[in-house]
Design a protein around this ligand. Structure first.
Ligand SMILES: Nc1ncnc2c1ncn2[C@@H]1O[C@H](COP(=O)(O)OP(=O)(O)OP(=O)(O)O)[C@@H](O)[C@H]1O
Ligand SMILES: [Mg+2]
Length: 341
């Protein structure tokens, strides 16, 4: 890619003998907001630490804005890092917290004041500049941490689960805030989250990681609608995932014929609970569990294919536990997986 800004080349990261990330390749464009998404321990923080310069790669290369920074020390990279625990200085005001890094860099006088004031304003805290962190809500503190990194004008801003300390409502507000700040300033951002909804809502592109490698890179729409592997499918809510063997659906005890042939390259099929048709179709299942979730009702069926999760509008007639129902897994709705693992 010619417009690559940050590039990771065959990056391998280890703690002693433990390899945490293996042969990672990733290209990020200037101004992109990229989310790293994946289960605990998959290597998200490790990847971020290496970009920030806090962890030396065992092998591979990191290039930023045309320069090889693989061996450049953290304080010379101009990469900002905001952690989950954002550790503000409790004895300093919001203003002084935001000014801190700039002062260290030798910025002073009018220049300093202009930058700090603009930074505080950009996160909506103009009237809080004189307060100390202890006099702010969690979300406000988080915004101070964001402003503190932003004023350094980093080439890349790394955010490692910066919203995980917040309650649901504040998370939503901060999400919007992050997106706004990012669009306004055009800063390149990499954002780590466990939360797929957050990644879908925020990112230009999502990188799904598993076991120290990349499972899939794509736009939120691609990840959500066209998962390539069983893992990604399950992760984004295709809860009924099957491998294909010889063009047949592989269940725990048999191979099930499909209603039409699928291309050989397809190694698996996945259906969201929403895609399962209840009440008609070639298969039969027994309702094992049901739960009401506001505007939808969820069913867990015991079937010859194994357990199947289905979801229907709550307004439809409900089925009792123990009832036997016909159902279908419509082939046209399924996500075709190119990898099953
Ligand atoms: N300091 C360390 N020493 C040894 N192993 C480590 C160290 N830090 C992380 N690891 C291991 O490296 C792997 C990746 O860890 P990492 O912190 O990157 O995961 P993560 O994706 O950020 O997970 P989480 O979502 O839980 O934060 C894990 O297996 C972890 O146990
Ligand atoms: Mg982590």
């Amino acid at each position: 890619m010619s417009d690559t800004y940050l590039q990771l080349d065959k990056l391998t990261l280890a703690y002693g003998d433990t390899v945490a990330v293996k042969d990672l390749d990733l290209s990020i464009r200037k101004g992109e907001l990229v989310a790293l998404l994946g289960p605990s321990g998959c290597g998200k923080t490790t990847t971020m630490r290496s970009i920030a310069g806090l962890l030396n790669p065992a092998s591979g290369r990191i290039t930023l804005d045309g320069a090889d920074i693989t061996r450049v020390s953290a304080n010379k990279r101009n990469v900002g890092l905001v952690f989950q625990s954002y550790a503000l200085f409790p004895h300093l005001t919001v203003y002084e917290n935001v000014a801190f890094g700039l002062r260290l860099k030798g910025v002073s006088g009018q220049d300093l004041d202009t930058k700090v004031t603009a930074g505080i304003k950009s996160v909506g805290l103009a009237s809080f500049a004189a307060r100390k962190p202890g006099e702010l809500s969690g979300g406000q503190q988080q915004r101070v941490a964001l402003a503190r990194s932003m004023v350094m004008e980093p080439k890349v801003l790394l955010l490692d689960e910066p919203l995980s300390n917040l309650d649901a409502r504040l998370r939503l507000e901060m999400r919007a805030e992050l997106q706004r700040v990012q669009k306004e300033t055009g800063v390149t951002m990499i954002f780590v989250t466990h939360d797929q909804i957050e990644a879908l809502a925020l990112a230009d592109r999502i990188v799904v990681m598993l076991n120290g490698g990349i499972e899939q890179i794509g736009t939120p729409e691609e990840i959500y609608n066209k998962p390539v592997s069983a893992f990604v499918a399950d992760f984004v809510g295709f809860e009924n995932v099957f491998a294909l063997e010889n063009g047949k659906l592989a269940t725990s005890n048999s191979l099930v014929e499909l209603s039409a042939p699928v291309p050989q390259a397809v190694k698996g099929l996945a259906w969201r609970p929403r895609m399962v048709i209840l009440g008609s179709g070639p298969f039969q299942g027994t309702v094992r569990g049901t739960s009401f979730a506001g505007n939808v009702r969820e069913y867990l069926l015991d079937t010859p294919l194994g357990p199947i999760k289905a979801e229907v509008d709550a307004g439809e007639p409900s089925h009792a536990i123990g009832a036997t129902l016909a159902f279908d897994l419509p082939l046209g709705a399924a996500a075709p997986l190119s990898r099953y693992r």
